[in-house]
Ligand binder design. Structure first.
Ligand SMILES: Cc1cc2nc3c(=O)[nH]c(=O)nc-3n(C[C@H](O)[C@H](O)[C@H](O)COP(=O)(O)OP(=O)(O)OC[C@H]3O[C@@H](n4cnc5c(N)ncnc54)[C@H](O)[C@@H]3O)c2cc1C
Length: 422
């Protein structure tokens, strides 16, 4: 269906990065209203202050992008020099009771020599053989790094995150998320102590004040956003959508697709109930702690003496995140974990973390099955002719970082504007 010039009212459901970005991109061409169920913008990037200490309720969000169009758009909203810091990543892996540089394959020289020797033999073997294309994450890691490095680091670390056999983790989420070095590159990087610079967060921007909440607050400026506005019904009514009863010409859904079957009526949606119900995901418990002084941005922890996989040293990102000079950080656990279990686990985690607060977010990691992308694409084909669009990490079930969410908003806003002028 064509969008004519008279169809001009847009409901954006969800005030996370995706919803705020597309609302900004469309606001000069349409009358845009953003509905956000929480009392402030941000979604996954929101932060609170606990007794003055900045608390990322999910992750420890930092920003960068490989895409020039995304960076240009983003920096129109901010003064990069005055409002942000740019920091090279200083990540470490806590293994053998010490900190080894990240990524581990560039720091083989820091491992015990007998282990380094085994890894080199396996890598050279890899260079000589042509393996068939890996079918799952386990095969990918074994082929890429060899069995010793897989067993030492990649398996235990990734099993903590994914909480499943890595054979059951599909490869579709991987694109651009992990470095894929050749054996020659690994050996060269070890001999010359080369730092990894290809990945999106090899260096990153971070707001001097208020972390990623600063980004959300700025992106919400100049928009009409209704807070504490949980949308529970989206009804097709002739050529309109009724969003909680209010008519709109276009709806952009940036919430969680799992809640869509209960909300939507007036379009043929039945075939999608079952595949949507079967979508898999993980949540994250983020524990705010006071931690010992250290030089790191992230610390990865494969060690099985506790359940956490990562410390994000958010207090090192900006001194304004800390109070009384005591360094803060968040410690991540996959899925829900009780306060009692958290306290037990903290005893075995490096940097002597002292508990301050914790928060569980049920939807943080979408897991794509082999049919997920195809299903979402078919659903879009059903909804888009009626001017209902899906955008965002859990609306599209994509492993988006902030910059990918902004990139997706750019493509969608362009396509909506183009249709409008047809
Ligand atoms: C642990 C972790 C660490 C991460 N670290 C980084 C990082 O360092 N850098 C980076 O770039 N990216 C990072 N990401 C990814 C980043 O969080 C996402 O790309 C981004 O926040 C996705 O934004 P979104 O708007 O698509 O989704 P969300 O942030 O989930 O926004 C959805 C919004 O919709 C609202 N909503 C839902 N349903 C309704 C409803 N019915 N009515 C009204 N409102 C509704 C929600 O309240 C929410 O505000 C990380 C993600 C995780 C899980």
């Amino acid at each position: 269906m064509e969008i004519s010039n008279t169809l001009r009212k847009v409901a954006v459901i969800g005030g996370g990065v995706s919803g705020l970005s597309i609302a900004q991109m469309l606001k000069n061409s349409f009358q845009v209203i953003v509905f956000e169920k929480e009392n402030k913008p941000g979604g996954l990037i929101r932060c609170e202050r606990i007794n003055g200490v900045l608390y990322h309720q999910v992750g420890g969000h930092v920003f960068n992008s490989k895409r020039k169009d995304v960076l240009d758009w983003f920096w129109d909203f901010f003064d990069q020099q005055k409002e942000f810091t740019k920091t090279p990543r200083n990540a470490a892996i806590s293994i053998f009771d010490k900190m080894i540089g990240y990524p581990i394959e560039n720091h083989l020289y820091e491992l015990p020599s007998e282990i380094t020797e085994k890894i080199i033999v396996e890598l050279l073997q890899r260079a000589k053989t042509t393996a068939s294309a890996p079918e799952n994450f386990e095969e990918f890691l074994q082929q890429m790094f060899g069995e010793t490095l897989y067993q030492l680091y990649f398996k235990p670390y990734n099993e903590k995150i994914w909480r499943r056999n890595l054979k059951e983790v599909p490869l579709s989420w991987l694109e651009g998320k992990l470095p894929m070095p050749t054996v020659e590159e690994i050996l060269f990087n070890n001999i010359h102590h080369v730092k990894e610079t290809e990945m999106v967060h090899s260096s990153f921007y971070y707001a001097k004040n208020n972390g990623s909440q600063f980004i959300a607050d700025r992106l919400a400026e100049g928009l009409t956003v209704h807070y504490n506005a949980c949308i529970s019904s989206i009804v097709r009514d002739k050529n309109n959508w009724l969003v909680n009863g209010e008519p709109f010409d276009i709806v952009i859904f940036c919430g969680n697709i799992v809640s869509l079957p209960q909300m939507i009526s007036g379009v043929d949606f039945d075939a999608f109930h079952r595949p949507i119900n079967e979508l898999q995901y993980h949540g994250t418990t983020s524990v705010l702690c006071e931690i010992q002084t250290n030089p790191y941005s992230w610390i990865y922890m494969p060690n099985d003496s506790h359940l956490s996989h990562r410390i994000i040293c958010t207090g090192n990102f900006s001194s304004t995140n800390n109070v009384n000079g005591k360094l803060s950080g968040t410690i991540e656990f996959t899925d829900s974990i009780s306060q009692e279990e958290i306290l037990l686990n903290l005893r075995n985690i490096p940097l002597s973390p002292k508990y301050l607060a914790h928060h569980f977010t049920p939807y943080t990691y979408p897991i794509q099955g082999k049919d997920t992308r195809e299903m979402i694409s078919s659903l879009k084909n059903v909804l888009e002719p009626h001017n209902l669009f899906l955008l965002g990490r859990f609306a599209e079930w994509e492993y988006y970082n902030m910059d990918a969410a902004i990139g997706a908003a750019m493509s969608l806003s362009q396509s909506i504007k183009t249709k409008q002028t047809l």
